[in-house]
Write a protein that binds this ligand. Sequence first.
Ligand code: BG6
Length: 482
Amino acid sequence: MARFRTAGTSRPVASDAFVFFGATGDLAFKQIFPALAGLIRDDDWTLPIIGLARHGDLAALRERASQSLAAHGMTDPAVLRHLHARLRFVRGSDDDVDTFRRLRAELGTARHPLHYLAIPPADFGAVVTLLGESRCADGARVIVEKPFGRNLADARRLNATLHTVFDEARIFRIDHYLGKEPVQNLLYFRFANRFLEPIWNANHVASVQVTMAETLDVAGRGAFYDGVGAIRDVVQNHILQTVSILAMEPPSGHTAEALRNEKFKLLDSVRPLRPEEVVRGQYGGYRREPGVARDSNVETYVALRLRVDTWRWGGVPFFIRAGKCLPVSATEVVVELKRPPFDVFAERRPATANHLRFRLTPDMSISLVARAKKPGERMDGEEVELVAHHEVGTEVPPYQRLIGDAAEGDQMLFAREDTVEAAWRIVDPVLNLTAPPLRYRRGTWGPKAAEGLIPSSEQWFRPVPTRPEPEPGLLRPPTSRP
Ligand code: BG6
């Protein structure tokens, strides 16, 4: 698999077994089995795959794998056969010494297993300790799932627990946004092109907006979501990771650490949020969702304003919003440039500013919205969107990409300890706000108060529903502003 890797850097040792805790759980069904099948299909994965769970046996695990692949439309019988052939099962509980002794026996000659903790963070401590004591952690790597803690103090505790057995180079913290092709393309587009750099700063950029809109409600995950809320669920991780890629300085080398150093520096320079910089919302009917407290004050929507204290971004506001039950499902980054310093054409309607739009989900596009003259006698223009790149549905699914990378020891797309903690530091002051969130109707763009976060001369950009694929370079009328 092609990876970001330095020519000349010694190749890390590849993992020789894959172990997943929580083998009968939701995450295994929704993400891990399809990812493993994808690795077998695309990368000829031959690693033994060992599932651990409290109940069941190998036959039941194979059946669960079959159901998962069927549910994901992965119908190739050869792939399923290979997956079944590689599967092994260890039954036992996560805090039982004997389970780990049997795991070590099942690992056989494997010396570099990759352990995936697809279990609640509260169980990490026991598992990590027993992995260490049973020697299953020798030469091993570990993948941990988000949410990585509930706040800064908790994340620090979790990191300390992991470090009792695994050093940082062997810990892979998953944020599936980093495995998404359009997020990698954001990184690529920024640093593989020279033309952006002169304008990518406070001299030319007026503001940055990130919108992560979802039409879905909590979709049966009420019990989980009600202990989390939008800030913990997507802002602390997916959105701040995206912001770090968008705004960081160019990495000073080719290694994962060079990139991760710059991401840390950027997040470390973001001011901790103040309550007045945040608008929280809750969609009508949320409190009636199964698993949700009837008096829940958890936010299903958040809009906020970030301040980045660097020379490059001083004074440029970063507006972020994310929510469930919004009118469309789409994640977009919009970088709005300043207006021309003088209005040469004295147009009847003042010209709008140029902006770059990075569409990250559900499809991928990068476009520049600019002004072009409307045909006719007057020097009047309109906005047109120059599409630089547009693709739908060709990417390797994020979990496949990330598990494959972890097995090869490539940390480029994983969140480092300091970055995760820096992100918690930003949101920590607004995690426990006592004011109830503002109500908004399903299918609307959230509470009106969010408009007050941005200056009256500006507006939130609205992502549009998925569009038919245009030809690259096509000029067309732009997408909507309200
Ligand atoms: C997950 C959140 O991490 O990301 C979900 O827990 C959210 O609430 C999801 O819906 C969004 O990811 P994607 O890949 O569907 O954009």
